[in-house]
Design a protein around this ligand. Structure first.
Ligand code: PMV
Length: 336
């Protein structure tokens, strides 16, 4: 029998920071919508910049959850956050509404993984505020319920997210593959719009799974890409990682385009950036691309190539800004 939740008698507050992550081997498709169970595993890089900082204050004086994003109340996103808090409160056995103050140092919901860093930071902040004592695997499992990719931002460096087999999702968690020091790659992100994406990843994944004639082939092929990327990372084999990561990104977008109606996340600038990156690599510059559910292009390169890559992307018509980042640590508690 589960115990009755404990009512808080005084406010409890904590803050956490998490970096965004970009998948090299993409996650696209869910095997369970309610628990956010992925239909495929994925491999990602956690970033040092592109961070979310979140402060959560559980306060017995509140009569509803509140969300402030970048200093402003955000009623549109509050129900999703509130539902997620309900789950964490139930797991922790505590009852009190919360004020969540969250700030991104990059545009929200434009394909820069704001939900990944956001739900990872929130999960870690709640764990600290409620002294819930969740370990890293549990944090990853819980963050996944908020957003699939958030499970990966719990860890730093190179991270693998497991598809898992269980219906309860206990084995659909991420784990570290290699630390930042193993292979300190750099990332340059070419930003070509600050607008939010038209079709969110959950809706896009469902439409793809329901309507694409190629969805099963994607799911069946994924273990081969994961194995190839794992080996390339272990050997620090740049060319091998470049080929499999670009292949996975293009396959994900090809798959999304094959949904009915097809999903088009690229704009013209996206395409031009991909050609520039391919041309650089053909000239011997160690760089490759990935693109998520939005038009921004993420160029991953060896540190020596960063100035060349940055200048080449900044030169593409339509690129508004180029943001650079190294690999970063997993989500962590910070002083409020
Ligand atoms: O976790 P979500 O719902 O934001 O989905 C992430 C989907 C992609 O960013 C397109 C791919 C990935 O693996 O991160």
């Amino acid at each position: 029998m589960s115990k009755a939740p404990i009512e808080l008698d005084a406010p409890r507050c904590a803050s956490a920071r998490a970096g965004a992550n970009f998948a090299l081997i993409k996650y696209w498709g869910k095997r369970d919508l309610a628990l956010n169970l992925p239909d495929v595993g994925s491999i990602s890089l956690t970033l040092e910049r592109l961070c979310t900082e979140t402060t959560v204050s559980f306060d017995p004086a509140l009569d509803a959850d509140e969300l402030l994003l970048d200093g402003r109340p955000d009623p549109a996103r509050t129900p999703r956050i509130s539902a997620f808090l309900d789950l964490l409160r139930a797991r922790a056995g505590m009852r009190a509404f919360a004020r969540v103050e969250t700030a991104n140092d990059f545009p929200t919901a434009a394909g820069l993984a704001s939900s990944a860093s956001g739900f990872a930071a929130l999960t870690v902040a709640v764990n600290a505020a409620l002294a819930a004592g969740w370990d890293a695997r549990t944090l990853s499992e819980l963050a996944r319920i908020g957003s699939g990719s958030a499970a990966r931002s719990i860890f730093g460096g190179f991270v693998e997210m497991h598809r898992g087999e269980r219906d309860d999702g206990r084995d659909s968690v991420a784990e570290p593959l290699a630390g930042v020091g193993h292979w300190p790659l750099q990332v340059a992100v070419a930003i070509s719009t600050r607008a939010e994406k038209a079709v969110g990843s959950t809706e896009g994944m469902q439409r793809t799974a329901d309507t694409s004639p190629f969805y099963r082939a994607w799911v069946e092929h994924q273990p081969a890409d994961l194995a190839e990327a794992r080996a390339a990372i272990a050997d620090k084999d740049f060319e091998r990682l470049a080929e499999v990561a670009e292949g996975s990104a293009l396959a994900m977008h090809g798959l999304a385009m094959s949904a009915r109606p097809g999903l088009l996340y690229f704009n013209a600038t996206t395409m031009e950036c991909l050609h520039r990156i391919r041309a650089l690599r053909a000239d011997g510059v160690p760089v490759f691309f990935t693109v998520d559910a939005g038009p921004q292009v993420k160029a991953i390169c060896e540190p020596v190539a960063l100035p060349t890559v940055r200048d080449a992307l900044a030169d593409v018509p339509g690129v508004l800004d180029v943001v650079e980042s190294g690999l970063g640590p997993g989500a962590e508690v910070i002083d409020s």
